[in-house]
Design a protein around this ligand. Structure first.
Ligand code: CP
Ligand code: NVA
Length: 327
C-alpha cells in the first residue's frame, strides 16, 4: 500500500506507476463502499478550499460530493475572491493553508498550481491547468479497468489537439501504466518534444509504446479506446476556432473511424463535448461554422460504444481517492 499522506497531486509525472495504480484501486474500493451504502467519513471534521479560475461541472461537483462523503466541509472560491487580483498566489496559499486541510486549484498555467503548492503546508490538488489534468486521467483509467479488466497493453488512441492538458496527461498516464498511446493529429498538435522524451523514457520501463500519426485511420487500427477532447479549450481565444476546425476536422470521431478500430473499441471523452447543437456554445459555433458537431458525432457519442457517462461518474470516485490518500 502506497503512503501518499501529505503529498500534493499536481501532475502524474510526480507519481510512480505503483502509486497511480494504488489510487485507481482505492477509488474502486471507495466506489464499492458508496454503492453498498457503507459510510467512509475518514476525514470527518476537515475542510477543503476549491479555487476555480475556469468554469467546471464535473470537477467541482466531484470535489464537493467526495468531500461530503469523507466527512469534510468545502468552500468554493471563484469570481469574487482576491486570488491573483488583489492577493498573490503565495499569500493566498499561506492564508488558505491556515484554515483548510487541502486546496484544489483549477486555472491557467501549471506554474501557478506549482507555486500554490510551494507555499502551502497542506496538500494541493490540480483540478486542471493548461498543461495537465491529472485527476481526469485517474477517472479515465478506472473506467478502462472496469470495462476491460486491465490497463497494460490497451491500445489507446487520442484524436485531436494532443499538445494541451488532455493529450499531455493521457500520454504521461499511458506511459506510466503501460497502455500503448497513439496521438492522431497534424504535426503541429503533437505534444512538446521534451515531454515526449520524458514519456519515452518512462515507457521503456513499463513496456508502453508511444507513437504519433497524422493519418486518423492508420492511428485507430487495433484501437481499444478512442478518446477525444474539445478542439478549443477553456481560456483560448475565439479567433482560433476556424483554424482548429480546418486542421482537426479529419480527426473527428465518427462511425467510419470507430468501425476502423478493434471490434471491442470504446469511445471516451473528458467532457463537456460538442456533439450536437443542444448547448448555447454548441449552437453558436455550429451555426457560425456550418457544422452539426465538432470533435465527435452525436451518433458515436450516443452509441453503445460510448462510455462517457461511466467515465464522468468516476471523476468523483477517483478525486475522493486522491483526497482520502493525501490528507
Ligand atoms: N472533465 C472536466 O474536467 O469537466 P469539468 O470542466 O466540467 O470539470
Ligand atoms: N481541454 C479541455 C479539457 C476540459 C476538461 C479544456 O481545457 O477546456
Amino acid at each position: 500500500m502506497a503512503d501518499l499522506k501529505g503529498r500534493d497531486f499536481l501532475k502524474l509525472l510526480d507519481f510512480t506507476s505503483e502509486e497511480i495504480g494504488y489510487l485507481i484501486d482505492l477509488a474502486a474500493d471507495l466506489k464499492a463502499k458508496k454503492k453498498a451504502g457503507i459510510p467512509h467519513r475518514i476525514h470527518e471534521g476537515k475542510n477543503i478550499a476549491l479555487i476555480f479560475e475556469k468554469t467546471s461541472t464535473r470537477t467541482r461537483c466531484s470535489f464537493e460530493v467526495a468531500a461530503s462523503d469523507l466527512g469534510m466541509g468545502s468552500t468554493y472560491l471563484a469570481e469574487g475572491s482576491q486570488i491573483g487580483k488583489k492577493e498573490s498566489i503565495a499569500d493566498t496559499a499561506r492564508v488558505l493553508a491556515g484554515m483548510y486541510d487541502g486546496i484544489e486549484y483549477r486555472g491557467f498555467g501549471q506554474a501557478v498550481v506549482e507555486e500554490l503548492a510551494k507555499y502551502s503546508k497542506v496538500p494541493v490538488w490540480n483540478g486542471l491547468t493548461n498543461e495537465f489534468h491529472p485527476t481526469q486521467i485517474l477517472a479515465d483509467f478506472l473506467t478502462i479497468k472496469e470495462h476491460f479488466g486491465y490497463l497494460k497493453g490497451i491500445n489507446f488512441v487520442y484524436m485531436g489537439d494532443a499538445r494541451y492538458n488532455m493529450g499531455n496527461s493521457l500520454m504521461v498516464g499511458c506511459a506510466k501504466m503501460g497502455l500503448n498511446f497513439t496521438a492522431a493529429a497534424p504535426k503541429k498538435y503533437f505534444p512538446d518534444q521534451a515531454l515526449v522524451d520524458e514519456c519515452l523514457e518512462i515507457a521503456s520501463q513499463t513496456g508502453s509504446v508511444i507513437r504519433f500519426c497524422e493519418d486518423p485511420f492508420e492511428a485507430v487500427k487495433d484501437a481499444n479506446v478512442i478518446y477525444t477532447d474539445v478542439w478549443v479549450s477553456m481560456g483560448e481565444p475565439i479567433e482560433v476556432w476556424q483554424e482548429r476546425i480546418d486542421d482537426l476536422a479529419p480527426y473527428q470521431v465518427n462511425k467510419a473511424l470507430m468501425d476502423a478500430a478493434a471490434e471491442n473499441v470504446v469511445f471516451m471523452h473528458c467532457l463537456p463535448a460538442y456533439h450536437d447543437h443542444k448547448t448555447a456554445v454548441g449552437k453558436e459555433m455550429g451555426e457560425k461554422f456550418g457544422r452539426e458537431a465538432m470533435e465527435v458525432t452525436d451518433e458515436v457519442f450516443e452509441s453503445e460504444k460510448s462510455i462517457v457517462f461511466e467515465e464522468a461518474e468516476n471523476r468523483m470516485h477517483t478525486i475522493k481517492a486522491v483526497m482520502a490518500a493525501t490528507l
